[in-house]
Design a protein around this ligand. Structure first.
Ligand code: PRP
Length: 176
């Protein structure tokens, strides 16, 4: 049985999501942004966040993946399919569950900027600064986390634990 150590209970996550929604609302109320979720990890965070954004917006998703074997990043980012939507002149808010090495977001933000959007901002629920390899500016941040393996609230270990409502640390030995 895997041992999970609670980091952020659901009530604390909810308060952070509310705060982030208030910050984003102040900046984007009159801009009809595209809220772009990075799958799969962001699906629960995005769903909670957008329900607190009470202004016109569009929602889209992109599927990126960097972790190939459970806990270790191979340093390569892959996009499933292509994102060929026209974003010229649009305001984009990228929504991500966690920024770890920064490779995924560095790659995505470069791709998006090449499409000449009006602006690109990043909203990340978690960041793990101790493992950063590529500099990434996070405009709206929930929490900073230690260098542990994080699961729950959309985040997985070998595709498990995404459904847990709280955010927890998992022993690496417990990850298949
Ligand atoms: C996780 C997470 C981020 C990325 C961050 O995704 O959702 O997208 O890793 O790591 P990085 O900063 O080291 O690039 P993952 O590749 O595990 O796919 P998933 O979202 O489908 O779980």
């Amino acid at each position: 049985m895997a041992k999970l150590e609670m980091l952020f209970p659901r009530q604390e996550i909810d308060m952070a999501v509310k705060r982030l929604a208030e910050e984003i609302s102040r900046d984007f109320r009159d801009k009809t942004p595209i809220v772009l979720g990075v799958l799969k990890g962001s699906f629960i965070f995005l769903a909670d966040l957008v329900r607190r954004l009470e202004f016109p917006l569009e929602i889209d998703f992109i599927t990126l993946s960097s972790y190939k074997n459970g806990v270790s990043s191979c340093g390569e980012v892959k996009m499933a399919g292509s994102f060929n939507r026209d974003i010229k002149g649009r305001h984009i808010i990228v929504v991500e569950d966690i920024v770890d090495t920064g490779l995924t977001l560095h790659y995505l933000l470069e791709c998006l900027r090449s499409g000449s959007p009006a602006s690109v901002k990043l909203c990340a629920l978690l960041e793990k600064p101790s493992r950063r390899k590529k500099a990434v500016d996070i405009d709206y941040l929930g929490f900073t986390v230690p260098d542990s393996f994080i699961v729950g609230y959309g985040m997985d270990c070998a595709e498990r634990y995404r459904n847990l409502p709280d955010i927890s640390c998992l022993n690496q030995e417990d990850c298949p």
